[in-house]
Design a binder for this molecule. Structure first.
Ligand code: SAM
Length: 283
């Protein structure tokens, strides 16, 4: 089947996480994909063109983007293999009606909000590909607190910006065989003695929520994870450096403008900067 225009690197990575090559090769898995906040609809269209989906459900909270998706998806060609639904987050979906849910190109807090609105419904879908534009630490914290399992993570450049892509599963579904759950997650602990032990726990929970002395506030583990450190994607060094740079700028800003006692905030920032530097030294 014709597979049309090439996807951007960001959408390609999302697509590859959604439908792992291994599952395509075995051809026993033709999942239903849900694209929440689909906008242009290019991701499900490509996967349908590549013959990797049985069906796709596309949602958006705004009518305009949904119409754009409709224009991009020729009804004659796709027939009842696509469905467009208007609505907020997971609200237009029924429980468990898809195999993998993509929520991409939104802020980390918005994605978190979408996931936490109805946690029972959220957990009725086995796998998620999440691509937060920012605040990924808040999202990972939510995943950690709510018993999700991060299968893989990737970094990809789009228009000069590094985008984070998170492939995760609801813990109850971690026995699913269609997903490439490699040893990476398991072996991602103890990536370097200098970085301290990262306790993976009795199962494959790859975020530990390790805190330094500022319980709850030092979120470096939720920004640069042990999957990143184990896989060392090409962009990782640049990504960590950009975090150090923005933290340092924020720190300087506080020092020159702050009113009141900011000592604790500054200490947390210093702790984060130090931790990021230690991670760079491990690469
Ligand atoms: C920047 S676009 C991303 C499009 C596509 N997912 C991508 O990654 O290229 C964000 C889309 O999310 C939609 N959106 C924002 N909040 C939403 C929500 N609460 N529920 C569903 N869609 C939402 C917007 O209308 C917009 O079409």
């Amino acid at each position: 089947m014709a597979s049309g225009k090439k996807l951007s690197d960001r959408l390609r990575l999302i697509a590859d996480y959604a439908i792992p090559e291994q599952s395509v090769a075995t051809s026993i898995y033709e999942p239903i994909l849900i694209d929440v906040g689909t906008d242009h609809g290019l991701l499900p269209r490509k996967l349908l063109d590549e013959g990797k989906l049985s069906r796709a459900i596309l949602t958006d909270v705004v009518d305009g983007p949904l119409s754009m998706a409709k224009n991009n998806l020729d009804a004659d060609l796709y027939g009842d293999r696509i469905e467009l639904r208007l609505g907020d987050g997971l609200q237009p979906l029924n429980h468990a009606e898809g195999d993998v849910v993509v929520i991409a190109g939104m802020g980390g807090e918005l994605i978190t909000h979408i996931l936490e609105t109805d946690i029972v419904k959220t957990k009725s879908f086995p796998r998620y590909i999440l691509q937060p534009r920012n605040a990924s630490d808040i999202l990972r914290r939510f995943l950690y607190d709510n018993d999700f399992f991060i299968i893989d993570e990737g970094l990809v450049l789009e228009r000069g910006k590094i985008c984070e892509v998170i492939h995760c599963a609801v813990r109850e579904y971690t026995t699913i065989t269609d997903v490439r759950v490699t040893d990476t997650a398991i072996n991602a602990n103890n990536y370097c003695d200098d970085c301290g032990n990262i306790d993976v726990g009795e199962e494959r929970m790859v975020l530990t929520g390790r805190r330094y002395k500022h319980d709850d506030t030092c979120l470096t583990d939720f920004q640069i994870t042990n999957i990143h450190m184990a896989q060392r994607p090409q962009l990782l060094k640049t990504f960590i450096k950009s975090k150090i740079s923005s933290l340092s700028k924020a720190r300087d800003n506080i020092l020159s403008h702050a009113r009141g006692n900011q000592a604790e905030r500054l200490e947390i920032m210093d702790c984060e900067i130090e931790e990021f530097k230690r991670r760079i030294a491990c690469l």
